[in-house]
Design a protein around this ligand. Structure first.
Ligand code: ADP
Ligand code: MG
Length: 242
């Protein structure tokens, strides 16, 4: 596990006169093992921020560190992170075991260890009895758990989630939210979770970063943000008490 430090982070898309600045100097310290939600309206820069932590977007100015290591110039594969997206693409011709094991096979992890790691993840996700089946033989929720298992087996220092629940119906969304909470309770992996949904943020977050137009308006516990909104934006977006 590891902390994440975000220091004076700026992001511009494009260059020169056509450059568009979308992150305007974000500072944040995410503690080791913490579950932090980044919440804000569509287009405020949540995915951009997350993708910079993942190494999928270049940092324009400032610094990102995972643990003690500044990762600005570190390749995504070397960052010890696992990212879970909205669309979980599993390989249809592989079993669920093979889907979960695939990344480890590529990384040349020994067979015994692959077996151990997949079995452990399957147990946590209650997938043990489904490992020999193909993804199409599972329900939507189970398929999603296989995709999460694929991320867990890599034993990352950090989990990054970009709106993983937004394509699900209300029931499955609530169920998967519980799965994610359980996962965090069991493994305690430092997690950054992006959503535009205030309720999702309030229920999942240990602390939440409220963003608006490329700036962090507040970073605090759901209670703090709700009862003591730092700005009028936060008050109107989260909803302050009467
Ligand atoms: P969010 O995830 O909060 O909806 P994004 O990080 O996707 O916001 O986008 C923030 C801003 O950056 C938006 O104005 C968006 O149009 C712009 N943007 C995102 N990706 C790119 C890109 N690859 N090139 C240019 N502009 C982009
Ligand atoms: Mg986004």
């Amino acid at each position: 596990m590891a902390s994440i430090s975000i220091r004076k982070l700026i992001k511009r898309y494009g260059h020169g006169a056509k450059a568009l600045q979308v992150i305007h100097g974000v500072d944040a310290e995410i503690h080791d093992g913490e579950f932090v939600v980044i919440v804000g309206p569509s287009g405020c820069g949540k995915s951009t921020l997350l993708r910079m932590v993942a190494g999928l977007e270049e940092v324009s100015e400032g610094e990102i560190a995972i643990g003690a290591r500044v990762v600005n110039d570190v390749e995504p594969a070397e960052r010890d992170i696992a990212m879970v997206f909205q669309n979980y693409a599993l390989y249809p011709h592989m079993t669920n075991f093979e889907n979960m094991a695939y990344g480890l096979k590529i990384a040349k992890v020994p067979k015994d260890e692959i077996r151990q790691r997949v079995d452990k993840a399957a147990k946590i996700l209650e997938l043990s009895h489904l490992l020999d089946r193909k993804p199409r033989q599972l329900s939507g929720g189970q398929r999603q758990r296989v995709a999460m298992g694929r991320a867990i087996v890599r034993q990352p220092q950090v989990f990054l989630f970009d709106e993983p629940l937004s394509n699900l119906d209300a029931k499955l969304r609530a169920q998967t939210r519980l799965e994610i909470q359980k996962l965090h309770n069991e493994l305690g992996i430092t997690s950054l979770f992006v959503t535009h949904d205030q309720v999702e943020a309030m229920t999942l977050a240990q602390r939440m970063m409220v963003m608006n137009a490329g700036r962090m308006e507040q970073f605090g516990t759901p209670e703090e943000v709700y009862h003591r909104p730092a700005t009028t934006f936060v008050a109107s977006f989260i909803g302050s008490p009467p």
